[in-house]
Each structure stands twice: as structure tokens, then as C-alpha cells.
Design a binder for this molecule. Structure first.
Ligand code: FMN
Length: 217
């Protein structure tokens, strides 16, 4: 069962601040969360990209099958590998300690922001989650300027939600613990070709807000 008393880990990745739709929604969720909230802002405080020593240490760990987390440091062969592991462990630990992980994810160029992808690549060190996420709930709040639903001109061009669903389930998140909340047409006021769709944008945002409040209740 999902442990509601374990902390909420809120991760934001929008480059925008006050104007960000995902930040508005993740902030609403966090405001209503009854317990401890830990917050990581991947845009304000970017994760360092992985380097060669990360890949080397990762391969060594993979070759041994499953290595318990506390034993990985001892497998580092040099300072560069120790450094890469020291950079990685805090990200792994905070996800493992969370009862719920709340991801705020804007669509950038049909996919996820680079800030989030860098976090994903560093976090996903071989074997560190094994079955650790079986009971962890993930709520993924997405926003996109356009529309990607059935019948939209860009139907089939959403590489954000399908990518994150595949990534997270492959990481060991149970499908029943994975929920997406999506606000579409967020740029309706800025992009002339979207004019006339204001009512759909409003409906989409209102539905996303209702869903966030339902999920945190
Ligand atoms: C760099 C960049 C790339 C974007 N690419 C897309 C895109 O491919 N498709 C789309 O529908 N909207 C795109 N947008 C619009 C954002 O998805 C939209 O503004 C969304 O609300 C972003 O989330 P946020 O409000 O939390 O920042 C892009 C915005 C930026 C800044």
C-alpha cells in the first residue's frame, strides 16, 4: 500500500516561473499535501549531466547483477567514479524515500525538458531501484501549448506522456500507482493559430486542477 506519511517529493522542470502551468498545479498539490514536502527545482538548480566515470561505474555494477545500494561506493575505481556516485546517490535516495513523487513536466519540442532528462539519466543508475518503487505513487503533471488528443492536427506527436509512462513503469512503478494530469492548449493566448480554442484551454486547465485536488485528497 502507498505510504501517505512518507514525504512528498515535488520535482519541477519548467523553465518558466510565475507563468508556468505545471508549477501552478504542482504547487496546488503540494499546498494540500498533509505531510512533509520535499521540493527539487531542476530548472533553478540543474542536475550535472552524467560523465564517462558514471558509465564506467554503471557497467561494473551491471556486470555483478544486483549490488545493494550501500555497496556501490566500494566498487568505484577512482576519484572520478567516486565523484559521479556522490553526485548520484542523493537523487536516488530522495526518490526511494518518497511515498509520492510529483513531477511537473512541460512539453518541450514534443517531449520532456532537457532539465528533466538529465535528472532521469543520473537517477537511473543500474539496479538502484530494483523493486524499491513497488509502493511509490507517481503523479505526473504535464502541460503543453497545443493539443494532442484524438482528431487534433498533432494527434500522434505526443512523445511526452508515452515516454514517461514507459520510463516509469520500466523503473518499477506499478501502473495503478501512476497517474497523469494533462493541461492542453496552455499557449492559446499567444499563438494566433490557436485562436478560438480558448474555451477548450479553460476546460482543460479546470479539469487538471480538479484532478490534482482529487488526487491529493
Ligand atoms: C522550449 C519550448 C518548447 C516547446 N515545445 C512545445 C511543443 O513541442 N509542443 C507544444 O504543444 N508546446 C510546446 N511548448 C509550449 C509549452 O509546452 C507550454 O508553454 C506549457 O505550458 C509549458 O509548461 P509550463 O507552463 O509549466 O512551463 C514549448 C515551450 C517551450 C518554452
Amino acid at each position: 500500500m502507498t505510504d501517505m506519511l512518507a514525504p512528498l517529493l515535488r520535482i519541477d522542470s519548467s523553465a518558466d516561473g510565475e507563468e508556468s502551468v505545471t508549477r501552478r498545479l504542482t504547487s496546488l498539490f503540494a499546498k494540500h499535501w498533509p505531510g512533509e514536502v520535499r521540493h527539487r527545482d531542476l530548472a533553478a538548480d540543474p542536475v550535472p549531466p552524467i560523465r564517462e566515470a558514471y558509465a564506467r561505474l554503471g557497467r561494473r555494477v551491471e556486470r555483478r547483477g544486483s549490488v545493494p545500494l550501500p555497496e556501490i561506493a566500494a566498487l568505484a575505481a577512482d576519484d572520478a567514479e567516486r565523484h559521479e556516485w556522490a553526485l548520484t546517490l542523493p537523487f536516488v535516495t530522495e526518490v526511494r524515500e518518497a511515498g509520492t513523487v510529483l513531477l511537473g513536466v512541460p512539453m518541450y519540442n514534443f517531449s520532456v525538458p532537457a532539465s528533466l532528462k538529465v535528472w532521469i539519466d543520473r537517477l537511473t543508475f543500474p539496479g538502484v531501484f530494483a523493486d524499491a518503487l513497488r509502493d511509490t505513487r507517481f503523479v505526473v503533471v504535464c502541460a503543453r501549448g497545443g493539443a494532442y488528443g484524438p482528431g487534433a492536427p498533432r494527434e500522434g506527436c505526443d512523445f511526452q506522456e508515452p515516454y514517461l509512462r514507459t520510463y516509469l513503469t520500466n523503473l518499477g512503478v506499478a501502473p495503478e500507482h501512476l497517474t497523469f494530469v494533462i493541461a492542453e492548449l496552455t499557449r492559446v493566448a499567444d499563438i494566433p493559430v490557436l485562436a478560438g480554442l480558448e474555451h477548450l484551454a479553460e476546460e482543460s486547465y479546470a479539469a487538471a486542477e480538479r484532478r490534482v485536488l482529487e488526487l491529493v485528497a
